[in-house]
Design a protein around this ligand. Structure first.
Ligand SMILES: [Mg+2]
Length: 368
């Protein structure tokens, strides 16, 4: 890490220029129909800084760390060789440069049973599907079961994950797991909200063949370790920005020791590129192979949720046949202009950038 004097007081010295964009979404997701993002450019290329607007400066500062790292702008990071494609090699000797693409899962929303086939047909051939369940908690169970039976009838050998987005209470989750066990699941994401309840649920499963994965339980760097310590899940869902960047995420995943699946934070193709790079270089441990297989699909297919991206569709990281390329994205200048926010929102993000830098800077100092 760089000496203190190399870390500028003002973020303007590190990031003289940035873009703030508003990306319209196809449907309401996470309560929003437009996603605001900041893009910065550095020696390693473009990077995305896009904490959700309600996140405070302390939390968002980790997202800033990730963006600066991916752009090659994080003070001291250049010597560590932590971000450039090709510099990364994991314990099994693979490098991001050697992996050209990563698998992503298709998503089956809470839809009518009759729509299962047509919705999944739009994805083309995919090896892994994640089905959303518990949209209305336990009341959705009969419909969820009917939809999953139809899915298994159509796709008997496709890998299936479920995601309840913390939609159940503990007793409801236990009942749902007992019902879902017949569908040969790879894992079940976050049936209940509290990490302690995840741990209790895992105990109570008592031999049921349902592997739990923690998603909402992981929002910051300490969380994967807590999940592992409590025995709350066997798989962790990780996102690059909240964990502070690719190198930081890799360290956290190694420290927690659980198989990890990389997911997106609802990002443009610039942000997805960082996720793809992490996914391409994740360590493959025996536990990871056993639960996730040799080429685990990641949750980076969210480009489909946007009506606009920072590049044209053929250059974007929208999945084709269940894969996205591992590459850097250079935004299209015309799109940067067209998708720019109004001056008021630009100023809001400029202030936020400064506040996040004020929160991040001392943590860089303390490590030098
Ligand atoms: Mg999830």
């Amino acid at each position: 890490m760089a000496d203190t004097e190399q870390i500028p007081e003002s973020i303007a010295e590190l990031v003289p220029n940035f873009q703030v964009l508003k990306l319209p979404m196809i449907t309401r997701f996470r309560g929003i129909t437009e996603r605001e993002i900041m893009l910065v450019e550095g020696p390693d290329g473009w990077a995305e800084f896009s904490p959700f607007t309600e996140y405070d400066a302390a939390e968002s500062s980790r997202w800033l760390r990730a963006a600066l790292d991916f752009a090659g702008l994080l003070p001291g990071a250049a010597e560590a060789g932590s971000s450039a494609v090709g510099h990364l090699a994991d314990t099994s000797g693979r490098s991001a440069a050697a992996v050209r693409s990563v698998a992503v899962n298709a998503t089956l929303p809470a839809c009518a049973t009759s729509e299962v086939e047509s919705i999944l047909a739009r994805y083309g051939p995919v090896g892994t599907v994640k089905a959303k369940v518990a949209e209305h908690g336990i009341d959705s169970l009969p419909g969820d079961l009917e939809r999953l039976r139809e899915f298994r009838r159509l796709f008997p050998s496709t890998t299936l994950r479920l995601d309840a987005n913390a939609g159940y209470t503990l007793p409801e989750a236990l009942r749902a797991c007992a019902e879902f066990a017949e569908f040969d699941l790879q894992y079940f994401e976050q049936p209940v909200a509290a990490v302690e309840d995840m741990a209790r649920l895992r105990e109570k499963l008592d031999g049921l063949p349902v592997v739990l994965a923690a998603d909402e339980s992981i929002r910051k760097a300490e969380d994967p370790l807590r999940v592992a310590e409590l025995g709350a899940a066997e798989v962790v869902i990780v996102k690059v920005q909240p964990l502070g960047g690719i190198a930081a995420a890799r360290s956290i995943i190694e420290a927690c020791g659980l198989p990890a699946v990389v997911s997106s934070a609802l990002e443009s193709s610039v942000g997805l590129a960082a996720g793809a790079q992490l996914a391409a270089t994740l360590p493959r441990t025996p536990a990871s192979r056993e639960i996730l297989g040799e080429h685990p699909a990641c949750g980076l297919g969210t480009g489909r949720l946007f009506a606009e991206d920072v590049v044209s569709a053929d250059l974007s990281l929208s999945p084709v046949d269940g894969q996205i390329p591992v590459t850097r994205i250079v935004p299209d200048p015309q799109r940067l202009e067209r998708l720019a926010v109004d001056p008021g929102r630009f100023d809001w993000w400029a202030t936020r950038l400064e506040e996040c830098w004020s929160a991040l800077r001392p943590t860089l100092n303390s490590r030098s």
